[in-house]
Ligand binder design. Structure first.
Ligand code: NAD
Length: 478
């Protein structure tokens, strides 16, 4: 089987070791074999990025625009093939995977335009006769560390702005799902980035990730992943006094009020909690429902869940693909046990399913009669497991929604303008959704959370410039 190599200092390079990328819908299917870099190889990539930075940071905006546009165009042209690859390696359904691939293209397209729009300011000084200018400069060498659940979109929303604003990149994708990251990197490299500007170092977090964290030649780290790893990234970055940005877990609430449109609420809950197998940082894992609609809502969600097909991600008609791997499946099952032991009622699902091919198939699980103190309502499970909490009224719902260490996305289903407006102002989350699922966002506006979910400037849209550039203030006496 062909080895998919790393790309370091302008050359495709074998790793110190290699690993198979396994299809979670069919564990007998090896998607490909992928190199794993050593610490020394990661350091070579960092050195190459450092060496390339002076020229790239001064490269023309037209060159950067054209490269990013070319990447966007090739992704669009190959969306079906790349969508199949993504669904095969990660397990989200083919329509979801193709949608994610298109999202990556839209992001590259957006940032190709942003290269032409980067503006500064010229202001009068408070001291007569002096000019003041504000400009944005690239940060330098950016280490990019990404998770497995959005294997092309998250790399895209970090790599595109990094390159657009003139930074050099050392990209370390998730070890579990490197195929889409490799395909994206191949496209970026063939689009014409100069040697050293973009490096791909696939491999283990404990080897390649740590090499990035511990190297003083890395000027900034942008990380998406779990809270535990995020804390390590933060500690290492503080040690080196470098810029960092963290996007981490969620325990996102969806509030359903008595006056909600029941169909809208059920759509939001089922989509938000279970689509993409619940493996989204923005998944609605806590459904907070007021007393008057509670029983109708639970019955309608249960009915909807019965109609969902859990099967091979590549099969047409599949609504929910498999869990990504055995260890995530073990985690999901252990939380289902914890929920039962804590006294929650497993109202639907939660059992393992067997399908034509061996895979990690789990029937979406819905807990009811849960309370805020239960671990299933406090810890991120990151699978197709959601719980319903019954509350008295809107005030209790808002309090429950905010009673969490996380703060990524929060949703409310209501026909009351008063409650929707109050919730938008008072939900402690980076993103608030009214009559929409907590997951599912646009690419031209900021993405990110509060509290334990995020740290540092927002990602995506124009706000990406906050992280990927540094402001310089220049004073001139002409
Ligand atoms: P993870 O923390 O295990 O891994 C994330 C990345 O960090 C991987 O590339 C991994 O190899 C690397 N890594 C692991 N140990 C490292 C170390 N010691 N030093 C440096 N790098 C290291 O997370 P995961 O399991 O891949 O992803 C799931 C998590 O990601 C969930 O918590 C989910 O909520 C979160 N997530 C957040 C967002 C967001 O935008 N907030 C989006 C998607 C996923």
């Amino acid at each position: 089987m062909t080895l998919h190599q790393n790309f370091i200092a302008g050359s495709w390079t074998d790793g110190a070791e290699a690993a198979d990328n396994i299809n979670p819908s069919d564990t007998g299917d090896v998607v490909g074999r992928y190199a794993r870099a050593s610490r020394e190889q990661a350091e070579q990539a960092i050195a190459a990025a450092r060496a390339a930075f002076p020229a790239w940071s001064r490269s023309g905006i037209q060159q950067r625009h054209d490269i990013l546009k070319k990447v966007a165009d090739e992704i669009v042209a190959r969306k079906d093939e790349l969508g199949r690859l993504l669904a095969r390696e990660e397990g989200k359904t083919l329509p979801e995977a193709t949608g994610e691939v298109l999202r990556a293209a839209q992001i590259f397209d957006f940032f190709s335009g942003e290269t032409l729009r980067l503006a500064g300011e010229k202001l009068p000084s408070t001291r007569p006769g002096i000019d003041v200018e504000l400009t944005r400069e690239p940060v330098g060498v950016v280490g990019i560390i990404t998770p497995w659940n959005f294997p092309i979109a998250i790399p895209a929303w970090k790599i595109a702005p990094a390159l657009a604003y003139g930074n050099c990149v050392v990209f370390k994708p998730a070890d579990l799902v490197p195929g889409s990251a490799w395909a994206l990197s191949d496209i970026i490299i063939r689009a014409g980035v100069p040697e050293g500007v973009f490096n791909l170092v696939m491999g283990r977090g404990s080897v390649v990730g740590e090499a990035l964290l511990n190297d003083p030649r890395v000027d900034a780290i942008t990380f998406t992943g779990s809270v535990g790893t995020g804390k390590k990234v933060a500690a290492a970055c503080v040690e080196h006094m470098r810029k960092f940005q963290l996007e981490m877990g969620g325990k996102n609430p969806l509030v359903v009020l008595d006056d909600a449109d029941l169909n809208v609420a059920v759509d939001c809950a089922v989509n938000g909690a279970f689509f993409s197998t619940g493996q989204r940082c923005t998944a609605s894992s806590r459904l907070i429902v007021t007393e008057g609609i509670h029983d109708k809502f639970v019955a309608a969600v249960g009915e909807r869940l019965k109609g969902l097909v859990v099967d091979d991600a590549l099969k047409s008609g599949t609504h929910i693909g498999p869990v990504v791997d055995q260890s995530q499946l073990d985690q999901d099952n252990s939380y289902i046990d914890i929920g039962k032991k804590e006294g929650a009622k497993l109202a639907f699902g939660g059992e393992m399913l067997s399908r034509e091919k061996p895979g990690f198939y789990l029937q979406p699980a819905l807990f009811t009669e849960t309370t805020a103190e239960m671990r299933i309502n406090r810890e991120e499970i990151f699978g197709p497991v959601a719980s319903v909490m019954r509350v008295k009224d809107y005030d209790a719902a808002l309090a429950a929604a905010n009673d969490t260490a996380f703060g990524l996305s929060a949703g409310i289903c209501t026909t009351s303008l008063k409650h929707a407006s109050h919730f938008k102002r008072n939900a402690e989350a980076g993103m608030v959704m009214v009559n929409l699922p907590t997951a599912g966002v646009d690419y031209h506006v900021p993405f990110g959370g509060r509290k334990g979910s995020s740290y540092g400037p927002r990602e995506q849209g124009r706000y990406a410039a906050e992280f990927f550039t540094i402001v310089k203030t220049a004073y001139t006496l002409p």
